[in-house]
Design a protein around this ligand. Structure first.
Ligand code: EPU
Length: 332
């Protein structure tokens, strides 16, 4: 049933005030046959953890509440409904004896949102485990997309590029293949060594990632945020070489023969903005790439501060930062 003028503040982890003109909880795929689903809604809401909402959300907001495991087998294959909490699903797979996604533990959001921006952390990306995405194509009906159809990239997919075409209802995962643990990224190795673990299991890695994330990233329960606010920028090699002359310690990850990925958090930090901001919004002191709601921030406040961050980083390093979060709505 559609409700009007619903406050979305508690449905977005940034804690930003926003009123949805019309709001529809999706609890059953049968509802997709309703006339509302012939065209795309303004906003498809999952866990609300990658959003920057402005005050007014016109039109229809659909809240995907389809939840739970729809199907699984004893080889480690799962079909999971889109509204299921991502972290809960990762924990479930580990407890059921199917390692693989331990590096992706504790990422906020839902299973259905995971393929949209191809969530990733500590050297792993969700695309590695997805075998199919089930979606409602507006004006058409239910479709099944293969991983190739999804066109996954770094924090990117067809669902992000073709907004307004699909509503994801379920995702298929295959964890049957035994993969080597990914220990080389970030502080995982150091964290395991500090705990005295030299032959780690997937659960040990999950524990290490949990501790690292908790120490670096703010808990949105206390400090509203949407994780990394910007993507890590990819620049041509010669641009990186020029920056490296001035800043020999600049972190960089090779992408291909001609391009290098830089760390947006480092750039913001070195631009002098880590922990800076005003009384409503700022950059988090523990990880500059995360912008936080210090209390009472609006979407406009966050947008204004993010613009300042972009300006300073462009001035100082000649690098354009592109938001990773999805901007929706209009000022009230
Ligand atoms: N750094 C600084 N200062 C800072 C922050 C970072 O100097 O304030 C440096 C770090 O020392 C490190 C480099 O920048 O050398 C990269 O930092 P980090 O390892 O913390 O990772 P990140 O590149 O900032 C990415 C993802 C995170 C993910 C982590 C761990 C993106 C945009 N972000 O962050 O994902 O958790 O790696 O894998 O790719 C998210 O997408 O919302 C998210 C939190």
């Amino acid at each position: 049933m559609i409700r009007e003028d619903i406050d979305l503040r508690r449905f977005n982890t940034f804690g930003l005030p926003a009123v949805a003109e019309r709001y529809l909880p999706l609890t059953d795929t049968e509802q997709l046959g309703d006339p509302e689903f012939r065209t795309a809604p303004t906003l498809v809401l999952g866990g609300g953890s990658n959003l920057l909402l402005l005050e007014h959300i016109p039109g229809l907001t659909v809240h995907v509440l389809l939840s739970g495991i729809e199907w699984s087998d004893d080889r480690g294959r799962f079909r999971v409904r889109a509204g299921t909490d991502w972290n809960q699903f990762v924990r479930y797979t580990l407890e059921a004896g199917f390692p693989g996604m331990e590096n992706l533990i504790l990422i906020p959001g839902t299973v259905g949102a995971a393929p949209v921006q191809n969530i990733g952390a500590y050297g792993a990306e969700v695309a590695e485990f997805i075998t199919a995405v089930h979606a409602w194509e507006y004006g058409r009906g239910m479709v099944e997309l293969s991983p190739e159809d999804c066109a996954f990239g770094y924090r990117d997919s067809r669902f992000k590029r073709e907004t307004g075409r699909f509503l994801i209802t379920a995702v298929d995962f295959d964890l049957s293949e035994r993969r080597p643990l990914k220990l080389e990224y970030g502080a995982i190795g150091a964290e395991l060594a500090a705990a005295g673990i030299d032959t780690p299991t997937a659960r040990d890695v999950a524990g290490a990632v949990t501790r690292i994330r908790r120490s670096k990233l703010p808990d949105w329960f206390f400090y509203g945020n949407s994780g990394s606010f910007f993507k890590n920028p990819v620049v041509p090699r010669d641009h990186h070489a020029r920056l490296q002359e001035k800043h020999p310690d600049i972190p960089a990850y090779p992408i291909d023969d001609d391009h290098v990925k830089l760390a947006a958090g480092w750039l913001i930090d070195r631009a002098g903005l880590r922990g800076q901001g005003n009384d409503r919004v700022g950059s988090y002191a523990g990880q500059a790439l995360v912008l936080v709601n210090r209390g009472g921030a609006s979407g406009r406040d966050v947008l204004a501060f993010s613009g300042l961050v972009q300006e300073r980083v462009a001035e100082q390093f000649g690098v354009e930062l592109e938001p990773e979060v999805q901007l929706t709505g209009s000022p009230a």
